[in-house]
Every structure is written in structure tokens, then in C-alpha cells.
Design a protein around this ligand. Structure first.
Ligand SMILES: *Cc1c(COP(=O)(O)O)cnc(C)c1O
Length: 390
């Protein structure tokens, strides 16, 4: 398609808005937890499309489901019923414990739907979000996103009715609630801000406060969903049931799809919300196949085991005691290595040695590999990281 890698990189610069700081490799294909670049070099992928590719690349069950569905029905309006959409909603209800689903196409869209629904159900307008939160880039989702560098150019367009309180401090939420608070929105584990795992009991306490104050709890499980943290959903670590929950990223195992789910009685009525592509048959077929594979291959348990294995090995190799490593933390296969300096150079050196890692919040290496990654591949990643960090 292109004669050289440089040609791709040059044209990207010429024709695509420069919103991403990309690594200088062109990825051509993937299999399992491995991706291959323009020259045929292979990399162990610990980015996984940022917690999207739970099954790695080209899982045969998902590929077969997509092929089969594409040959039958790729898209039809939501003015009609389709079987994959209904089947997926039933499956989601079963694995999340929520009553009903609204389908959309991305994480940010699911947050938009959640904010609208909370406002409509309560007739109130204020939201409480956490410092360090990330919920997306659209105006509503950006309004509940903390980081100034994402917001500052657009402040005038954002909701004024959002209060940010310290993450992992339930009392701060109690204090911030007022008569016009519609909902509290939280990530069970903060992803973008550097894999921040809250203390045991935090979410439970927030749930109790929301119930007591009659405020809705929205859990953003866009990054923590589908086995990432060693449970199907992050909320399960605390046995907490939100009123509204959002999922996307890993839901379609690489096919774009998002969903907002809610408890019985919390729902939109006709005309209050809609999405042309939401719950598209192809997307739903991919998601259904992916959930089946997660179940059949016991990937939730695998995430838990490999996460523990990773932590143990990282300590055994002494990565945590290197001077530039401040802390290694994580839950399941959602791991953060916080450094005392920016991690750009480490990302590059790791890439040169055949592993893809992501740097978030400037100085945190975030590892969110496919849940199908092998033990040997984890060993290799650890040995590369320990070499590079040294
Ligand atoms: C990625 C992410 C989003 C935004 O999802 P998009 O699909 O990029 O819109 C929202 N919340 C969390 C927790 C995320 O990790």
C-alpha cells in the first residue's frame, strides 16, 4: 500500500490532525498478544489498544462471528429489531447485574448517555466527579474529566455544575453533595491518571452515602470492564451496585461499541436519546463472541492470576527497588509503574527491545496487555523492563 514506513508517517502528518503523539512504527497485523510492524518486526503488546484488545489480535472466534454477521446483515436502523442486539443486551444484563442497556459506539458516548439519564431521572443538574478522573473528550464527558490540559481550551463550553473532590475520600463526596446533586461519577480504578487503585471500602462507602442522600452513583467501567482487573467488572471487588454504569473499550474486543446500563426503573423514554450506529449487528456479534471467549477461556481468572504473577516477578527481579521507580501498583492485568521522571525514553527503549508499553500521566508506565498474553511473554516483558529501567 505504501512503499516505505516513512511515507506512511509523512502522509499522516500531512492529512491527519496531529492529536496523537505516536510511536514511529506502522503496525500491519497482530496475532494473540503480538503485533507486527512494517518491516516484519514483532512486539509483545502491553498496550492492547489501551485496554481494548482483551483477546489480543484476530481471535478466531471473533473473526468468525464478524465474517458470518457481515455476510448476513451489517447495519439496519434501530427502527427495527435485530437478534444480535437483543442477545447482547441479555448477556450484559447477566454479567453486570444491571437491568437494561442503551447501546452506543464509544466510551465518551456512554458517559454522555449516563449524564443525560441521571439528569432526567432526578430532575437535578449537579455532578460530583473525582480529581484525576478521565471520562472522555466530548463536552459532557469532558465536563466530568479533571485534567486541565484536556479541558482548558474548552472551559467555556463545559458544564459549570461539576464539583471535583479528592479520589479515595468518601467523606469529601458527602460534603460536596447538595440539594441539586444528580449523581456522583467515578472510575472503580482510575486508569488515565496512572492506575490509581482506591482503598478497600471506598466504593462501598460512596455507595452508602449516595443511597442515604438519594443521589445516583455512576460507575465508569470503560477501562476496568471485561476482566481487566481480575473480576468481570471493577465494582465486584467491593460488591457495589451502581445505579448507572458505562462500558466500552473491551466490550467489542476491538470492534467499536459502547453501552450504558442502568438499574430497573432508571431508563430513557422514546425520543430522549438515540444513536444511529448504536447496537449495530456487526458490533453486537463481535461483543457476543468476545464475551463467550472470555467465559470459555476463563480469562477473568487468568487476568487475576497473571496480574499477581506479574507483581511477584516484578518484585523478584527488583524493578521496584530501582531508584527511578517510585511504586508498582495494580489490580489484575491493569498495572502502573510510577517513575520519578517522565517515561518517554523508557517507552522508546522498550520498543527497541520488542515490547509496546504506554506512558500515562507523564510518568506512569501503564500495562494493560491482552488477557490472553502468555506467562512466557510476561516474563519477557519483565526482563525487558528491568533491563531498560536499570
Ligand atoms: C477510554 C476511557 C473513556 C473514553 O472512551 P472513548 O471510547 O475514548 O470515548 C472514558 N472513561 C474511561 C475510564 C476510559 O478509560
Amino acid at each position: 500500500m505504501f512503499s516505505s514506513q516513512e511515507a506512511v508517517i509523512e502522509k499522516e502528518k500531512r492529512y491527519i490532525m496531529q492529536t496523537y503523539k505516536r510511536q514511529r512504527i506502522v503496525i500491519k497485523e497482530g496475532k494473540g498478544a503480538i503485533v507486527t510492524d512494517f518491516f516484519g518486526n514483532e512486539y509483545i503488546d502491553c498496550v492492547g489498544g489501551i485496554a481494548v484488545n482483551v483477546l489480543g489480535y484476530c481471535h478466531p472466534v471473533v473473526v468468525a462471528a464478524l465474517k458470518k454477521q457481515a455476510e448476513k446483515l451489517m447495519h439496519v436502523s434501530n427502527l427495527y429489531y435485530t437478534e444480535p442486539q437483543v442477545k447482547l443486551a441479555e448477556k450484559l444484563s447477566e454479567i453486570t447485574g444491571m437491568a437494561k442497556t442503551f447501546f452506543c459506539n464509544s466510551g465518551a458516548e456512554s458517559i454522555e448517555a449516563a449524564l443525560k439519564l441521571a439528569c432526567k431521572m432526578t430532575g437535578k443538574h449537579n455532578f460530583i466527579a473525582a480529581e484525576g478522573s478521565f471520562h472522555g473528550r466530548t463536552l459532557g464527558s469532558l465536563s466530568v474529566t479533571f485534567e486541565p490540559k484536556f479541558r482548558s481550551a474548552f472551559e467555556s463550553l463545559l458544564l459549570k455544575s461539576v464539583k471535583f473532590v479528592r479520589y479515595n475520600d468518601a467523606e469529601a463526596i458527602r460534603k460536596a453533595i447538595d440539594d441539586d446533586t444528580a449523581a456522583v461519577i467515578l472510575e472503580p480504578v482510575q486508569g488515565e491518571t496512572g492506575v490509581i487503585v482506591p482503598s478497600a471500602g471506598y466504593l462501598k462507602e460512596v455507595r452508602e452515602i449516595c443511597t442515604e442522600k438519594n443521589v445516583l452513583l455512576i460507575l465508569d467501567e470503560i477501562q476496568t470492564g471485561f476482566g481487566r482487573t481480575g473480576r468481570w467488572f471493577g465494582k465486584e471487588h467491593e460488591g457495589v451496585e451502581p445505579d448507572i454504569m458505562t462500558v466500552a473499550k473491551a466490550l467489542g474486543a476491538g470492534f467499536p461499541i459502547g453501552a450504558m446500563l442502568a438499574k430497573e426503573g432508571i431508563e430513557f423514554e422514546a425520543s430522549e436519546h438515540a444513536s444511529t450506529f448504536g447496537g449495530n449487528p456487526l458490533a453486537c456479534a463481535a461483543a457476543l463472541a468476545s464475551i463467550t471467549v472470555i467465559e470459555d477461556e476463563k480469562l477473568v481468572e487468568r487476568s487475576r492470576e497473571l496480574g499477581e504473577y506479574f507483581m511477584k516477578s516484578a518484585h523478584d527481579t527488583g524493578i521496584n527497588s530501582k531508584p527511578i521507580v517510585k511504586e508498582i501498583r495494580g489490580i489484575g492485568l491493569m498495572i502502573g509503574i510510577e517513575l520519578t521522571k517522565p517515561c518517554g525514553e523508557i517507552v522508546e527503549k522498550t520498543l527497541e527491545r520488542g515490547c509496546l508499553i504506554n506512558c500515562t500521566a507523564g510518568n506512569v508506565i501503564r500495562l494493560v496487555p491482552p488477557l490472553v498474553i502468555s506467562k512466557e511473554q510476561v516474563d519477557r516483558v519483565i526482563s525487558v523492563l528491568s533491563e531498560v529501567i536499570r
